[in-house]
Write a protein that binds this ligand. Sequence first.
Ligand SMILES: [Zn+2]
Length: 322
Amino acid sequence: MRSLPRTAMALAISICAIPAAAQPEFLTRGMPYAAFDALPTIDLAVPNGTLRIGFAEGTTALPRQDIIDWIARSARTVSIYFGRFPVRSARVLVVPSEGSGVRGGQAFGYRGAAIRVRLGRSTDRPALEHDWIMVHEMIHLALPNLDDRHNWLSEGMATYVESIARVQAGELTDETIWAAFMRDMPQGLPRADDRGLDHTPTWGRTYWGGAIFCLLVDIEIRKRSDNRYGLQDALRGILALGGTHEQHWPIERIIEVADRAVGQTALADLYEQHRATPVPVDLSALWKGLGIRLVGRTVTFDADAPLARIRESLTRPPSARP
Ligand SMILES: [Zn+2]
């Protein structure tokens, strides 16, 4: 079980406000590349690449090997989703901080792919086993940098794919993530003064509005391809053309490349609908169509619902597809 949504998203938002504290050279606003490069590092092989892991000064209750294992496990999850780790090489900076658990993370790309996480000194093993932040930050490495007004696509993609990827990797169940989506996605619906995803940079629209958009795109690609392709194939198409976080692409190029990978225009069509217009998505009807029912806190699935096959495919690992 993970204690995801509100807490989780509050943490995700905190990535933008890492305060300068005991290790000011490691807690700069941007990635402290120079300070990192002066640290001793440990190389970790990941599918198609290498992570260079560095620890800022400070102790942690957990042995370093547990922390490295957590990073390796997260890299495996992301690699299953994308078919490989998104970049050939990335720096991973672990900054010991007050408290317990993963206290926030950030992904960078402008001088080479990099991730910085603050890790509470008293973090225990279960906290790392249930962590979602490292996976979320690694997913950011798989999408080019975008202009700020499209942050909803970066954050929505990382939010949505993190859940799907962790089911595909066997870390979470379908029931867990659908219950979380049903509980949290209403926070991403447009409110009264909404002007569409490109023009409404609120927390709810950025994270959960973006996640709803990604779910709709995933379903639409599957509808148009007789369930042969999904968002996962479209995103892999971006990576195949070198579209990583180390690049800056206009959103139009991301959309064109992703759509071309699945031979259709679902992403372009949905972007056109949602970018400057508040689209009131009927989530209740969507859950019903997918065959998802929430009774109390328990999710059950209806295999005869119109979109049941598509719902099953969304979380199925690519290797297990018929
Ligand atoms: Zn993020």
